[in-house]
Design a protein around this ligand. Structure first.
Ligand SMILES: NC(=O)c1ccc[n+]([C@@H]2O[C@H](COP(=O)([O-])OP(=O)(O)OC[C@H]3O[C@@H](n4cnc5c(N)ncnc54)[C@H](O)[C@@H]3O)[C@@H](O)[C@H]2O)c1
Length: 379
């Protein structure tokens, strides 16, 4: 088996999810390449050493500039906050490395354009971690849509709801709270949560043509954890938008961190001429499917338990009836990439796909300011 040496940047939430995927993938999926946990990078030498020991990384770095130049690293995986993505990705590409990057690709589309230019100029394989595409129920939804089971699509409806920033005493900035600091995050829920919804939506239902949005920042000032000063909050706490897809269908998207009781409720529903599909992250192993052409008296919504070996990815896991979870989406993304290295067809979402999502989020934010419909730039 050929070795694929990974250099990871960041050991937080995603650093752990990615480490788990790289360690596990070859145990369940056959591929010509095996990921090797070569080096992990973060700024705190002692913490990064502990992380490396816990997860089995062979070595550590405290400066990503050194990591991207290492001859023994083939692929740089960026799992650090959004304001670090562009610089690291561009340097990695210039050094001829394959690059994985967490979402959103850049702080905004202008940054993402530069990242895309760098990887395409270098000709290096690249992927953004829009991992929800690879939950088996979501992949099955894609298959049903592509097979034409729903017929013409009329509606797409998505939301991503959380409730963890309601307290006005929560600071912004620094470890764990960088998402509230616009300089580090780029935007609030639009780039953080709606970006996931938009990526899935465009994967399932094609390009978005135009949007009109509204955003709100409910808590206007927060103490900054790094400066200790009370500073203006620059992120959007809530964001909702209407969209028109190129295929003529209409959509609504909503996201907030102020929906009391909801921790990570990502849902989507698609309505077509023959049928509908609905899915939610809290029951990620189920796909709801309605087919109008079913027999009259027993026609109704089917709740499909996505655990059979003929469901996407499931033949690699346990026996029918046993569910898998969130972390498996990351494993599947790596598995598909490894297969792509073998066949020469690198699967999406590519950085260009990530840019397409950033064009939509930029358009939503711009529309929220102007109050007008905005045409979405196409990647
Ligand atoms: N795909 C998903 O579902 C998903 C989920 C959560 C986060 N994310 C994305 O993943 C990225 C990281 O988010 P997270 O939740 O893991 O954050 P986190 O705060 O848990 O971890 C960030 C890590 O980056 C490190 N870091 C920060 N600056 C660095 C630098 N200059 N050099 C090296 N390391 C640095 C921090 O020390 C920390 O280890 C973000 O872009 C975020 O949007 C994606």
């Amino acid at each position: 088996m050929k070795k694929l040496n990974i250099g990871l940047v960041g050991y937080g939430f995603m650093g752990r999810a990615h480490s788990h995927a790289f360690r596990t993938v070859s145990k369940f999926f056959d591929a010509a390449y095996e990921p090797v946990l070569k080096a992990v990078c973060a700024r705190d030498a002692s913490k990064v050493k502990d992380f490396a020991a816990q997860w089995g990384w062979e070595s550590v770095e405290t400066d990503w500039k050194t990591l991207v130049k290492r001859k023994d690293v083939d692929l740089i995986d960026i799992a650090s906050p959004n304001d670090t993505h562009a610089e690291i990705a561009i340097a990695a590409a210039k050094n001829g490395k394959m690059v994985f990057c967490e979402k959103p690709l850049g702080l905004n589309a202008a940054e993402s354009e530069k990242i895309v230019k760098a990887v395409e100029k270098a000709g290096v394989p690249n992927m953004v971690w829009y991992n929800y595409r690879r939950l088996p129920a979501v992949t099955l939804a894609k298959q049903l849509v592509d097979e034409g089971k729903l017929g013409r699509i009329f509606h797409y409806r998505a939301k991503f709801l959380q409730d963890w920033t309601i307290s006005k005493d929560l600071p912004q900035g620094g470890a764990g709270l960088w998402r509230l600091d616009v300089k580090v995050a780029g935007s609030g829920v639009t780039g953080d949560l709606l970006a996931h919804c938009i990526d899935t939506a465009m994967w399932l239902n094609g390009d978005i043509e135009s949007v009109t949005g509204m955003t709100e920042t409910f808590v206007k000032q927060r103490k900054h954890a790094l400066t200790g000063k009370v500073e203006k909050v620059g992120i959007d706490d809530a964001s909702a938008f209407l969209a028109r897809f190129k295929n003529g269908s209409l959509a609504t998207f909503e996201s907030t961190r102020y929906a009391r009781g909801h921790k990570a409720l990502y849902t989507f529903e698609i309505n077509g001429e023959h049928g509908s599909i609905a899915w939610d992250l809290e029951n990620l192993h189920l796909l709801q499917y309605f087919d109008h052409r079913d027999e009259g008296a027993t026609r109704g919504w089917r709740s499909i338990h996505i655990t059979d070996s003929d469901h996407p990815y499931m033949k690699h896991w346990w026996v029918p009836g046993l569910q898998i979870g969130y972390e498996h989406s990351f494993i599947h993304q790596v598995a598909d990439f490894l297969q792509g290295l073998e066949t020469g067809k690198i699967p999406g979402p590519s950085f260009r796909d990530g840019l397409a999502t950033d064009y939509v989020t930029d358009a939503v934010l711009s529309s929220a300011k102007s109050g007008k419909w905005v045409k979405v730039k196409q990647a």
